[in-house]
Design a binder for this molecule. Structure first.
Ligand SMILES: *[C@@H]1O[C@H](CO)[C@@H](O)[C@H](O)[C@H]1NC(C)=O
Ligand SMILES: *[C@@H]1O[C@H](CO)[C@@H](O)[C@H](O)[C@H]1NC(C)=O
Ligand SMILES: *[C@@H]1O[C@H](CO)[C@@H](O)[C@H](O)[C@H]1NC(C)=O
Ligand SMILES: *[C@@H]1O[C@H](CO)[C@@H](O)[C@H](O)[C@H]1NC(C)=O
Ligand SMILES: *[C@@H]1O[C@H](CO)[C@@H](O)[C@H](O)[C@H]1NC(C)=O
Ligand SMILES: *[C@@H]1O[C@H](CO)[C@@H](O)[C@H](O)[C@H]1NC(C)=O
Length: 396
C-alpha cells in the first residue's frame, strides 16, 4: 500500500506539474493496455456538422495543376521524394470535445491539421464489438469514435481540396483482417481515392509524382501496420512492406536517432532504403511517469518541434542528422501537437518550398503556458486528471 500511495502522489505531482498525457505507441506493439473505470471521457466527433470547410488550397486551372501539396515545385516530385509531415495519434485530441483529455496527443483535429499542411494522419484502431473504433491505448481511456466516421471527414476534406495527396497510417491494435478495413474504407467513400501500387506487397522505388496522383485522382495512400496485403483491396498496404521507422519510445531529448527500429526483418536503415522502403522518422518524446506508463513530454514541446538545428532534441536537427546518415530525406515524420514549432516548417525546408494556400492554426494558443491562451475548464481538467490517475494506478 505505501507504494500505491506514493505512486498516487507522484502521479498527481507530475500531472499537475507538466500536464501529463498517457502515451500510446505509434506502432503495433502496445506497451500499455489497461482498463480504466468510470472516469469517462466524452467521445469526440459524434454528429459533427461539416458546415465549414476549407477553401481549396490551390486553384485547379484548366491548363493544369498550379500547386500540389501547397507548392508548384512538388507536382513533378515523386511521392517517395517528398517529406510528408504527420500528426501522431491525430484522432486523439486534447480539446473541448474530450474535456481536454490528458490522453490526447494533438490540440487540433485532422481537418484542421490538413488545412495547416499536415499530409500524414496516424491513428490507432481497436475492435469494439466488431466495429473498428479509434481508441487511444484502450477505449475506456479515450474513444474517438468509429474509424468510418473519421475517414468520411477526411474524404470530405479531400473532396474540397482536389490537389492534395494524403497519407493515412493506422495501427491495427486488435489484428483485424484487411477485409474489415476495406469495409469501412468503402463505407466512408474514401476508397475512391485509394492509390494502388502495381504490386502492393513489394516495396517500390518508382512511386508516381504527386501531379500524376492528383491527375488520376488516386491521391490517398494508406498503410496499416500488421495486416496481410490482399490484391482484393489493393489500396490498403501493409506498412512494413513499404516503410521503416525509427524508435518511438524516446524518453529524453537526446534520445532521437536515425537507427531502424522496425521492421526487425531489415538489418539497418541502409538495408531498408536499398530494399525500397521509405523512412519514417518518429519525433516525439515521452516522459516515464510510472513503470510502464509513458506520457508525452509536453513541457519541452517547443524545443522538440522546433525547426532549429542548434539544440538537442530539435526537429530540424534530427531531420538533418537522418538526411546525412541515410542519404535521403525522411519520407514521413510524425510529431505530437503539430501546431507547435510549427512542425511543418521542417518539412518545407527539406522539400525546398515556400508553401501557399495553407490556413494557419487559429484560436487559442493551446499548450502555451506562458500566455493567456490556456483556457481549459477546471471541470474538464479534473475529469481528465482523475481518469489519468486511475489509469496510472491501474498500471502499478
Ligand atoms: C474538426 O472539427 C471541425 C469543426 O468542428 C469539423 O467540422 C470537422 O469535421 C472535424 N474533423 C474531424 C476529422 O473530426
Ligand atoms: C528528389 O527531388 C530533388 C529535388 O527536386 C531532386 O534533386 C532529386 O534528384 C530527387 N531524387 C530522386 C531520387 O529522384
Ligand atoms: C459489447 O457487447 C456487449 C454484449 O452485447 C455489451 O454488453 C457491451 O456493452 C458492448 N460494448 C460496447 C462498447 O458497445
Ligand atoms: C510481388 O512482390 C512479391 C514480393 O516482392 C513477389 O514475391 C511477387 O513475385 C511479386 N508479384 C508480381 C506479380 O510481380
Ligand atoms: C536509438 O534511440 C532509441 C530510443 O531512444 C534507443 O532505444 C536506441 O538504443 C537508439 N539506438 C542507437 C543505436 O543509438
Ligand atoms: C504564447 O502566448 C504569448 C502571450 O499570448 C505570446 O506572446 C507568445 O508568442 C506565445 N508563444 C507561442 C509559442 O505561441
Amino acid at each position: 500500500m505505501p507504494s500505491l500511495i506514493s505512486s498516487l502522489a507522484t502521479a498527481l505531482l507530475l500531472v499537475s506539474g507538466i500536464c501529463a498525457i498517457p502515451q500510446g505507441p505509434s506502432g503495433a506493439e502496445s506497451g500499455i493496455v489497461s482498463a480504466v473505470s468510470a472516469a469517462s471521457v466524452s467521445t469526440a466527433g459524434v454528429a459533427v456538422s461539416q458546415a465549414t470547410t476549407a477553401s481549396p488550397s490551390t486553384s485547379n486551372a484548366a491548363s493544369g495543376i498550379s500547386a500540389c501539396n501547397n507548392s508548384p515545385l512538388l507536382c513533378d516530385r515523386a511521392y517517395n521524394n517528398v517529406t510528408h509531415m504527420g500528426a501522431h495519434d491525430s484522432s486523439f485530441l486534447r480539446d473541448a470535445s474530450t474535456s481536454d483529455s490528458l490522453a490526447g496527443n494533438q490540440y487540433f483535429n485532422a481537418t484542421v491539421a490538413l488545412d495547416a499542411g499536415i499530409r500524414l494522419l496516424q491513428a490507432q484502431v481497436h475492435d469494439v464489438n466488431g466495429t473498428l473504433q479509434l481508441c487511444h491505448t484502450s477505449c475506456s481511456l479515450l474513444d474517438a469514435g468509429p474509424l468510418q466516421d473519421w475517414l468520411a471527414k477526411i474524404k470530405f476534406w479531400m473532396d474540397n481540396n482536389p490537389n492534395e495527396v494524403v497519407t493515412i497510417l493506422l495501427v491495427n491494435s486488435d489484428n483485424k483482417l484487411v477485409s474489415d478495413y476495406a469495409a469501412v474504407f468503402e463505407g466512408s467513400g474514401i476508397s475512391t481515392y485509394g492509390y494502388q501500387l502495381s504490386n502492393g506487397s513489394s516495396a517500390s522505388n518508382t512511386w508516381p509524382t504527386l501531379g500524376d496522383m492528383i491527375t488520376s485522382n488516386k491521391r490517398l495512400v494508406t498503410f496499416i501496420a500488421s495486416i496481410d496485403y490482399s490484391p482484393t483491396y489493393p489500396y490498403l498496404l501493409s506498412e512494413f512492406d513499404h516503410v521503416f521507422e525509427t524508435a518511438y519510445n524516446v524518453l529524453s531529448l537526446s534520445g532521437f536517432n536515425c537507427t531502424l527500429d522496425r521492421p526487425k526483418g531489415q538489418g539497418s536503415a541502409g538495408d531498408a532504403i536499398s530494399a525500397g522502403l521509405m523512412p519514417l522518422m518518429n519525433h516525439f518524446a515521452d516522459s516515464l511517469l510510472l513503470q510502464g506508463v509513458q506520457i508525452p513530454d509536453e513541457t519541452d514541446i517547443d524545443i522538440t518541434n522546433s525547426p532549429d538545428t542548434s539544440t538537442t532534441g530539435n526537429l530540424g536537427l534530427h531531420a538533418d542528422t537522418c538526411v546525412k546518415q541515410w542519404g535521403v530525406k525522411p519520407t514521413f515524420i510524425l510529431v505530437d501537437f503539430f501546431d507547435h514549432g510549427p512542425a511543418i516548417d521542417t518539412a518545407d525546408r527539406l522539400n525546398g518550398i515556400t508553401a501557399t494556400g495553407r490556413k494557419s492554426v487559429s484560436g487559442e494558443s493551446k499548450g502555451n503556458t506562458s500566455g493567456a491562451g490556456e483556457n481549459h475548464s477546471p471541470m474538464g481538467m479534473n475529469v481528465a486528471l482523475i481518469a489519468f490517475v486511475v489509469f496510472a494506478l491501474a498500471m502499478v
